[in-house]
Design a protein around this ligand. Structure first.
Ligand SMILES: Cc1cc2nc3c(=O)[nH]c(=O)nc-3n(C[C@H](O)[C@H](O)[C@H](O)COP(=O)(O)O)c2cc1C
Length: 362
């Protein structure tokens, strides 16, 4: 039998070209991924910030809920580039937050535990030992050795890219597909190298999609600001084989996002989003709140140090019912968020997509 093309290896994993984005920090979980998969989309688990054992446990829980294909997303380890002086200066600036929420800032020296590299090697070893249908990567490009080993295990590999150069790196590493992430996207930009000089330079999804398609002959999953079936039709028309949606799935009852986060997406109090390093030290798009306004302008490029530093503050703000001190990750389409069970949302998106693709009546 002829080997399957890269495109077929990806598209046979779903009935509808709708991928529920991995959302580290609690948004995605086995309940959400199972509901999406059972409805004919493709669900994802996020391994970021989790221990390897916790990632494996979620995989087992998901398998107990559904026999449908699903994916797991990994963060690439980050270079220890952060300037300790800049991290220290930011800690001083956050002293008022620590007092406000009566919570000490988190330790930033995590070199001796798995938090700085996020347990990448151990997670990869688990995924090779107990393979899943699809693995996606963000914050960098996996090695050719890792991609080949996953392929050998029967796993489809996807690399998140935010430029044509990153897409070429993914192709050189042997990835099956790329997830093209436009600057509209909620959460972290999956840029391979965090370069403060390039802040504000991210490309919008449609131009980026065209550039990547003209640079590499790989199947493309499009992500960033997609909230309706009509928008999914638009990226399919632009050459994508599927659309990956994060913000749209956040308000679903199955999503593990904090209730304050879910509510804020359509709260008229939050009028816009911004890319900020304020919470984690790496650019991520969130609803602009007090914390971003006050600390975004001078937050250093220091991931994951700043993530660890602010983690307790964010939890304390959530516990105090204060969305002004939390990271409310959201894409530019957040006002279009709809609250309904994930299976219903996949159904509605699929119906909108079908209607948008049907020949016009005039
Ligand atoms: C709350 C949240 C958490 C996210 N966490 C991850 C993650 O762990 N891994 C990842 O590759 N992308 C993550 N993303 C980005 C998504 O994969 C995707 O690029 C983005 O959600 C698309 O934009 P949209 O939110 O406008 O749909 C996250 C996005 C959000 C909103």
């Amino acid at each position: 039998m002829a080997p399957l093309s890269g495109l077929t290896r990806v598209t046979r994993l779903f009935e509808h070209p709708i991928v529920q984005a991995p959302m580290a920090g609690g948004g995605s979980n086995p309940a959400l991924a199972a509901a999406v998969g059972d409805a004919g989309g493709l669900g994802f688990l996020a391994a970021g910030y989790k221990t390897p054992a916790a990632m494996h446990e979620e995989i087992k829980q998901l398998r107990a809920r559904t026999g449908r294909p699903f994916g797991v997303n990994l963060f690439l380890p980050q270079p220890p580039a952060a300037d300790p002086a800049a991290v220290g200066a930011y800690a001083e600036r956050l002293a008022g937050e620590a007092a406000r929420y009566r919570t000490p800032l988190g330790e930033t020296d995590h070199e001796t535990d798995q938090s700085s590299d996020d347990g990448y090697d151990a997670k990869l070893a688990i995924l090779l030992d107990d393979p899943v249908p699809i693995v996606s990567f963000t914050f960098g490009c996996p090695s050719r050795t890792a991609v080949d080993a996953l392929a050998e295990a029967g796993t489809v590999t996807v690399v998140t890219v935010t430029s044509a150069a990153e897409a070429r790196a993914a192709r050189e590493a042997g990835a099956d597909a790329v997830c093209v992430q436009g600057v509209e996207a909620g959460g972290h930009q999956g840029t391979h190298h965090d370069d403060p000089e390039a802040d504000g330079e991210g490309a919008g999804l449609l131009p980026l999609l065209a550039e990547v398609r003209e640079s590499v002959p790989l199947p493309v999953i499009a992500a960033g600001g997609l909230m309706r079936g009509e928008a999914i039709a638009a990226v399919l028309a632009a050459g994508a084989c599927a659309a990956q949606l994060g913000t749209a799935f956040l308000p679903c009852p199955e999503s593990g996002a904090h209730p304050l986060h879910k509510r804020a997406l359509t709260d008229p109090l939050f009028v816009r989003t911004e890319l900020t390093r304020a919470f984690t030290g790496r650019p991520a798009r969130g609803l602009v709140n007090r914390f971003i306004r006050e600390h975004g302008p001078y937050a250093p490029a220091a991931y994951p140090q700043i993530h660890h530093m602010t983690s307790g503050l964010r939890k304390a703000a959530a516990a105090a019912g204060d969305p002004q001190g939390m990271n409310l990750w959201a894409g530019q389409g957040h006002r279009l968020a709809r609250t309904m069970p994930a299976a219903d949302l996949v159904g509605v998106l699929a119906a909108e997509l079908a209607a948008a693709r049907a020949p016009a009546g005039c």
